[in-house]
Ligand binder design. Structure first.
Ligand code: 13P
Length: 230
């Protein structure tokens, strides 16, 4: 299983350091096949040592240059970071990242050989229209994306389940993942959206779920460790 923690705009450099110390101790007991990823805010990036991979929540599609407020490959290279989240719904919605922008970013980081966790997800009004509408919406989020990229992991995160405490149901995750797995040629597929210690076992037991991308419940090292060790 893959357990990925997206800190979003939470934690500082200091608290990330303490978090990773605690996590490292706790996950000594994890299954050897399980992989742990942490996506801290950019200000907390560093060369941390441990049985986890540090990724970036975002970066600009450039090595360096005049892109005020952004970071590029040069800033990631300093810490050996070669994993990136692309297409998160919060960036699509709040930062105005269109499918065209997202796919350009994807192509750039693919060229650079990055491992990409590519996020897709539908809003509530689409989910309410039924499964066909959901799949149409989700598949459109692969426009311009090379699904054959061998360092691709997809994360399905229904927007209405993110940060709401209300995860998608087993049935919703199961049917959506089954259809997505076919569309992405069986690439690793994570579920995200209110995954937490109390529902992790249920979620990771669903066929077609290869792991989870966790926001709120990953912010506390103990809670995230509990999920990894569940
Ligand atoms: P929550 O776990 O807080 O619902 O967030 C999920 C998410 O957006 C991870 O990228």
């Amino acid at each position: 299983m893959i357990y990925a923690a997206n800190f979003k705009t939470n934690h500082t450099r200091k608290s990330t350091e303490l978090y990773l110390q605690e996590l490292s101790l706790n996950i000594k007991a994890k299954n050897v096949d399980d992989k742990v990823y942490i996506f801290p805010p950019a200000t907390a990036m560093d060369s941390y040592e441990g049985d986890f991979t540090i990724g970036t929540q975002n970066a600009y599609a450039a090595h360096h240059g005049a892109y005020t407020g952004e970071i590029g490959i040069e800033q990631l290279d300093e810490f050996g970071i070669k994993t990136i989240l692309i297409g998160h719904s919060e960036r699509r919605e709040y930062l105005g990242e269109s499918q065209e922008k997202v796919s350009q970013k994807f192509s750039f980081f693919q060229e650079e050989g990055f491992e990409i966790i590519y996020c897709i997800g539908e809003p509530l009004e689409i989910r309410e229209k039924g499964f066909e509408a959901v799949m149409k919406y989700l598949l459109a989020q692969f426009d311009g994306i090379d699904i054959n990229y061998d360092r691709l992991i997809v994360a399905y995160e229904p927007i209405w389940a993110i940060g709401t405490g209300r995860s998608a149901t087993v049935e919703e995750i199961s049917t959506t993942h089954r259809a997505l797995k076919k569309a992405i040629d069986n690439k690793p597929l994570l579920y995200g959206g209110s995954a937490k210690p109390s529902n992790i076992k249920e979620i990771t037991s669903i066929a077609g779920v290869d792991g989870v991308l966790v926001g709120s419940a990953s912010l506390d090292a103990e809670s995230f460790s509990e999920m990894i060790l569940s």
